[in-house]
Design a protein around this ligand. Structure first.
Ligand SMILES: Cc1cc2nc3c(=O)[nH]c(=O)nc-3n(C[C@H](O)[C@H](O)[C@H](O)COP(=O)(O)OP(=O)(O)OC[C@H]3O[C@@H](n4cnc5c(N)ncnc54)[C@H](O)[C@@H]3O)c2cc1C
Length: 464
């Protein structure tokens, strides 16, 4: 009986398992490993607040590529939503915990289907710490000392905790005033409002953190710093489908020609009072192809100069949440700083953040109750502190892409590439680990497709 190990049971690992169960015609055993007991939810769909929302509308959040209304239909069957207007619901941003419940439901159904087939599911609440190719398969070493040999192994380790920003006084990062993992509820609890809070990063997680802080009663000012201090954008053109740019995509792609095309279409769309987001959205089906066509040098230029603009247009928030954030800014409760942290000192009862404010062109120091890191998942595996991936790199089984934003892999077979740039048979990855190869490899929209294709690849007995 074929044994398949899946390391990581967030959306990616779980959906690979779901498709393996759905599509298998032979007996198999799935060994699913994750320290968390929640199968399917991962970091994104175990929010500590019911106010944390999906950043994609309901109609685009189906877990199945070929059943696009699957999530919407499921929501309509839930007690709290059964009398909701279908159209409104399809365009709304629902709570992330609800999506977690949806994924758990999918998993429960998959377990029932597994029982009707010769599918054995072994779920281990543990972390994989090492892997080793041996004569009869791949050996997985778990933190609790268990060793398992599998025939195929999927690395679905997903989002890493944000990396620390560079400061001189790195000892601060050991202090109780620093919160490196913004997805834990402890970042917003046990806090009085006598001092402000300082957030590093001003993207979607900053917004969730502000919502979390206010939910727990925090009322002092909040500072958020990022290099550019961009104002996070709302979803403001829902339903607008722009097609003209995609129709003009050249067959031979380079960064400069894409940029020219972009600017041309932005001018065009501005005449109608629209902004760049529908253009960026229209590129979504092509971004992976465009990214793969760019040279390493062009990718580097993109990462250095354009990534932040791209991220701004891509990572938007629902309009009512945007209004909330704007109100906080208007009433001086939220200060979005463009600049750089210089250093952070721990005091007896608080900490002092020294930073450079680009707009004021001056250095400032502010006393705060805590510093929360909302810079987004660390992608550089040398810094991520992930034991399994670190060891796999040391052994030469996996390598990082030149930009150090993911793992080198073959995007068709999902096999990781070793130190000699050769496919490692039976060792696969997907999701965020493919960012360097595909660039857009983060959202459900991309991951659901990858999970299905990878499962079918694993089950394909004719593959080379
Ligand atoms: C806060 C947040 C909100 C998001 N919201 C949305 C949204 O609204 N819409 C959208 O489309 N996308 C959203 N995303 C993108 C999200 O990354 C994907 O939708 C998806 O959830 C990623 O799933 P994953 O399984 O690849 O990664 P993860 O969810 O990170 O899961 C990885 C799992 O691997 C486990 N793991 C890691 N290392 C090991 C190990 N060594 N051994 C065993 N297990 C291990 C972890 O415990 C974790 O459970 C959001 C992401 C975040 C972080």
């Amino acid at each position: 009986m074929k044994k398949i190990g899946i390391i990581g049971c967030g959306f990616s690992g779980t959906m690979v398992a779901v498709h393996l169960i759905r599509n298998t015609t032979e007996a198999m055993e799935l060994i699913m490993i994750d320290p968390s007991a929640d199968t399917g939810k991962g970091i994104a769909y175990t929010p500590y607040s019911k106010k944390h929302l999906l950043n994609v509308v309901t109609e685009k959040m189906s877990a199945f590529k070929h059943d696009t209304a699957h999530f919407l239909e499921w929501v309509l069957q839930q007690k709290d939503f059964s009398d909701s207007d279908r159209n409104i619901l399809s365009q709304s941003f629902l709570p992330r915990y609800l999506y977690g419940a949806y994924l758990q439901n999918i998993w429960q159904e998959a377990l029932q289907e597994a029982e009707t087939k010769q599918c054995k599911i072994t779920r281990m609440c543990d972390a994989a710490t090492d892997i080793e190719y041996i004569d009869d398969g791949i050996k997985l070493y778990l933190k609790d000392g268990i060793e398992i040999v599998v025939d195929e192994c999927v690395i679905a380790t997903g989002n890493h905790t944000p990396g620390n920003v560079k400061i001189n006084n790195t000892a601060f990062y050991e202090s109780e005033f620093y919160f490196q993992n913004p997805w834990k509820e402890s970042t917003v609890t046990n806090l009085d409002s006598s001092l402000p809070v300082f957030i590093i990063g001003n993207g979607l997680t900053m917004v969730d953190t502000i919502i979390g802080l206010h939910e727990k009663g925090f009322s002092n000012e909040i500072y958020s710093i990022s290099n550019n201090g961009f104002n996070i954008l709302p979803h403001r053109h829902i339903g607008v489908q722009y097609k003209d740019l995609a129709n003009e995509l050249p067959s031979k792609i380079d960064l400069l020609s894409i940029l020219h095309l972009f600017n041309k279409h932005i001018k065009k769309i501005k005449k109608f009072g629209l902004s760049a987001e529908p253009i960026i959205d229209s590129l979504r089906p092509y971004t992976q192809k465009i990214w793969q066509a760019l040279s390493d040098k062009e990718k580097k230029v993109f990462m250095g100069r354009l990534r932040h603009l791209w991220g701004l247009a891509r990572h938007r928030i629902p309009l009512h949440i945007h209004d909330y954030i704007q109100q906080l800014r208007i009433h001086n409760k939220l200060h979005i700083v463009a600049g750089k942290i210089i250093d952070i000192e721990r005091n007896e009862n608080d900490c002092s953040v020294r930073y450079y404010d680009k707009r004021l062109n001056q250095e400032r120091t502010i006393k705060v109750a805590r510093v929360i890191n909302c810079t987004g998942p660390e992608t550089n595996l040398e810094k991520a502190g992930h034991l399994l991936l670190k060891k796999a790199i040391e052994k030469g089984y996996i390598t990082q892409d030149p930009l150090r934003i993911g793992i080198n892999a073959n995007p068709s077979s999902f096999e990781v590439l070793n130190r000699e740039a050769q496919s490692m048979k039976h060792l696969y990855t997907l999701g965020g680990n493919l960012k360097g190869v595909l660039w857009e490899s983060t959202a459900v929209n991309e991951l659901r497709d990858q999970a299905e294709r990878l499962a079918i690849h694993i089950l394909d007995t004719n593959r080379s």
